[in-house]
Write a protein of this length. Structure first.
Length: 98
């Protein structure tokens, strides 16, 4: 499975956005919440989940979107399962290191 990755650096911070490749550009709606997986935010380049997970170590802010990438991040101990938001079957999690 591949994911889209976008790295943005400013000052001492690095923002890493990762989403499953099959949900890029889609919009999910539930109970008045609209969740858009925008290409402007997530689409930097396509890579493997393993390579994307390796980038977490060098990032201060991480946005993860999609069932595959979030489950792998949970397995690796980057994300606590109770810290995951789900909308229409799509998982979303954030990591912040300040």
């Amino acid at each position: 499975m591949e994911v889209y990755v976008r790295l943005t650096k400013w000052g001492r911070h690095t923002l890493l956005a990762i989403c499953d490749s099959d949900i890029l550009g889609k919009t999910f709606r539930k109970d008045g919440i609209i969740f858009e997986v925008k290409g402007e935010f997530y689409n930097g380049y396509k890579t493997s989940i393993e390579e994307a997970l390796a980038l977490i170590e060098q990032s201060t802010i991480v946005n993860l979107c999609g069932r595959n990438i979030v489950k792998k991040a949970i397995e690796r101990g980057y994300v606590h399962p109770e810290a995951v938001y789900e909308i229409c079957g799509v998982l979303h999690a954030q990591i912040m290191r300040m």
